[in-house]
Design a protein around this ligand. Structure first.
Ligand code: PEP
Ligand code: MG
Length: 303
């Protein structure tokens, strides 16, 4: 029954279009994105090219992978998240010093800004691949505007280098993952500097509840439906819209079809979920009402 929805639009019962995208963590998943009929890729976790190996990937290797993503998506959007290493995502060759509290440590954008050569290679690869499709860039673990200043400076350098060699690229859309409470609180300011915001509810839960997302002892207390999270999602959606951004959710919570209607009524522009959840969430979108006043007596009974 769900498979019938593969070619259907993501449109609510009262006619609002929602962007339903897929999260992937390697190139093998590209087929499933298309198979389930997602509108594109809302989160490509780019760590797969850095982990389980002996050395940093070279720019060309990164470029070939991103070019394939761009081409296989045939014009559909594909959001490449810059690499989120550190904490539980590291390999020996990275020689990341031990930290007492790695989840609060040098991870995500912080590590990239510490290792600019590594980061620039990835940015160059992404910009080069942008010429072949509809790619966007997204930054993980942002907590301040100063980080954006540094990223923008690097991007200027990358573009200058490409211009000098006449290598084609597009001026791609950029976005920020909102996955720290600091980013939530300054989401309007951050939103003014990018094209979209995407809520990473996995990390946002752990940093809001101050509970390590991998600590099994806390598993029964770890509540990603905590009212604080729901409130934050609403805040970010409103702040993002004030700043002119589209706002998406790409954490696991996006796949909870019991919340789909609530997210839509908050004003969320899109959801990005694992490919296997695309159709269940599509079903929830298609029976949801973006505006409660549109629900008729008849449809109320249907629910
Ligand atoms: C998140 O934190 O919600 C997220 C999508 O990123 P990751 O799970 O890769 O940390
Ligand atoms: Mg995260």
């Amino acid at each position: 029954e769900l498979l019938r929805l593969r070619n259907q639009k993501d449109i609510t019962a009262d006619g609002k279009e929602i962007r339903l995208l897929a999260n992937i963590g390697n190139l093998d998943d590209l087929n499933t994105v298309l198979y389930y009929g997602a509108a594109g890729i809302g989160l490509l976790r780019s760590e797969f090219q850095y982990l389980g190996r002996e050395n940093y990937p070279r720019e060309n290797e990164l470029f070939r992978a991103y070019k394939k993503v761009a081409e296989d998506m045939e014009g559909r959007p594909a959001v490449i998240r810059t690499v989120d290493l550190g904490a539980d995502r590291q390999a020996d060759y990275m020689a990341i010093p031990d930290e007492v509290n790695p989840m609060m440590g040098n991870r995500g954008i912080r590590l990239c800004l510490d290792r600019k050569k590594m980061f620039k290679a990835q940015l160059r690869a992404i910009y080069r691949a942008s010429a072949y499709g509809n790619i966007s860039l997204m930054y993980p673990m942002i907590t301040s505007e100063e980080e954006l200043d540094e990223i923008e400076e690097l991007i200027r350098e990358v573009k200058k280098g490409l211009d000098e060699k006449n290598i084609p690229y597009k001026n791609i859309r950029t976005g920020i993952m909102i996955e720290t409470p600091a980013a939530v609180m300054i989401s309007e300011e951050l939103g003014k500097r990018v094209d979209f915001l995407s809520l990473g509810t996995n990390d946002l839960t752990q940093y809001t509840l101050a509970m390590d997302r991998q600590n099994l002892l806390l598993k029964h207390k770890y509540n990603d439906h905590h009212p604080a999270l729901v409130k934050m999602i609403r805040m970010v959606t409103e702040a993002g819209h004030r700043s002119g951004c589209n706002v998406y959710i790409c954490g696991e919570l996006a796949a909870d079809s019991n919340l789909t209607e609530e997210f839509i009524q908050m004003g969320i522009d899109g959801l990005s979920v694992v490919p296997a959840c695309v159709l269940p969430v599509r079903k929830a979108i298609r029976s949801a009402y973006a505006d409660e006043v549109n629900r008729t007596e008849e449809s109320r009974e249907d629910k």
